[in-house]
Design a binder for this molecule. Structure first.
Ligand SMILES: Cc1cc2nc3c(=O)[nH]c(=O)nc-3n(C[C@H](O)[C@H](O)[C@H](O)COP(=O)(O)O)c2cc1C
Length: 357
């Protein structure tokens, strides 16, 4: 059943803070058909943590919504999966790639890349606990020297996993090297269940080429999906879309509107919305005409493609404090737009990509 939902699709990757509900709605309005939410810790879901349960929320506009869980105990993951399914998840993904200490210290996320036997058992328990498909998302291995993805993916398949997503980097590599798509191809040859390839997709053409080259069932996009929410439409319609700064601004405004629907526009709601705008702007600013891989891998805007063409575009290409504060005063607090002061040459704030996913 998962196969027909993901086949040939561009899937939005699970991203902590990135795939919040308003953002998923924004991309659903732009042809995204399959999205995975932010990783939720199974034990916190089971304890009824409000913040964790909020990560399971779905909207009827979402066509296919996957909930990603992190954990290492079959009972905890199964219980959390039941809660997620009650709240509308179409499938459950187990996180086997998260490199952050909070997860690996407890034996979750990437730590499970060293425990294929356990992965098989977890998937088996979860497939018996719920009626929706169980998938796993993994990296190449704990370190590049010892890739374990084949072993872990085989164990997951034997346990009953309906699909396997592979981010072609090890935990230790973080984002320093390009993703290894030959590993995705290898996995496709190895497994009978659908494989979802992930890593460094920047354009709809990249996505189509990776589908073709590797024979994978679907391609998953992370960082560049946040920077370019219209990429799902480009993929669906097989054409380049080059939005004007006004059109990009309209997308940001729509995101804020969707945030208000969820968080409310009282002082508390606005505070939350501001925090999400700050996060998303760090990715959104990276899009420029002619942008290449450097736009996500480098923090030097001079490497991000063509220079902004007007004042609005310059503003949208910034995530330093004065620029984002001015954006929030305008879009969140409803003040008249007052463009930020000129950027200080060494002020831009870097996205701490190294710590994530
Ligand atoms: C801000 C951020 C948050 C992430 N959060 C998660 C997460 O919650 N679960 C997960 O499996 N991967 C997470 N990842 C990893 C992405 O899902 C994806 O595998 C990775 O970014 C590679 O894809 P890309 O090259 O298209 O960005 C995160 C990555 C980033 C940059």
């Amino acid at each position: 059943m998962i196969a027909s939902k993901i086949d040939g699709r561009l899937v939005m990757a699970p991203m902590t803070r990135g795939t919040d509900l308003p953002f998923r709605r924004l991309i659903a309005e732009r042809n995204a058909e399959v999205c995975v939410g932010e990783m939720a810790f199974a034990h916190k879901v089971n304890k009824g943590s409000k913040a964790e349960l909020a990560l399971l929320r779905r909207h009827p506009d979402e066509k296919t919504f996957g909930v990603q869980l992190a954990g290492k105990h079959a009972d905890a993951l199964s219980e959390a999966a039941r809660i997620a399914v009650d709240r509308g998840a179409d499938y459950i993904d187990i996180n086997l790639g998260c490199p952050i200490d909070e997860a690996t210290r407890r034996g979750f996320g990437a730590a499970l890349l060293q425990r294929a036997g356990r992965v098989g058992k977890l998937v088996e328990a979860m497939t018996s606990a719920v009626d929706v498909p169980i998938t796993v998302k993994l990296r190449l291995g704990w370190s590049s020297e010892k890739p374990t993805f084949l072993k872990v993916a085989r164990a997951a398949q034997e346990g009953g996993a309906a699909a396997v997503a592979l981010h072609g980097r090890s935990r230790a590599q973080r984002y320093r090297r390009p993703a290894d798509w030959s590993a995705v191809k290898q996995l496709v040859e190895e497994l009978s269940v659908p494989v979802i390839g992930n890593g460094d997709i920047l354009t709809w053409r990249d996505a189509k080429a990776r589908l073709e080259e590797t024979g994978c069932a679907a391609v998953m996009i992370g960082r560049w999906g946040l920077a370019k929410p219209w990429i799902f439409r480009e993929f669906a319609e097989e054409r380049d879309i080059l939005p004007t700064p006004e059109e990009r601004l309209a997308m940001l405004k729509r995101y804020v509107e969707l945030c208000f629907e969820l968080h409310g526009d009282d002082e508390r709601g606005r505070e939350r919305v501001r925090r999400f705008v700050v996060f998303h702007q760090d990715f959104f600013r990276r899009y420029r005409h002619g942008a290449g891989l450097e736009a996500v891998n480098s923090d030097d805007p001079r490497e991000w493609g063509e220079d902004p063409r007007d004042e609005l575009e310059s503003w949208l290409c910034r995530a330093d404090q004065p620029a984002v504060e001015a954006l929030c005063r305008w879009l969140v607090d409803g003040e008249d737009p007052v463009p930020p002061p000129p950027e200080e040459p060494d002020a831009p704030r870097a996205v701490k990509l190294a710590a994530l996913g």
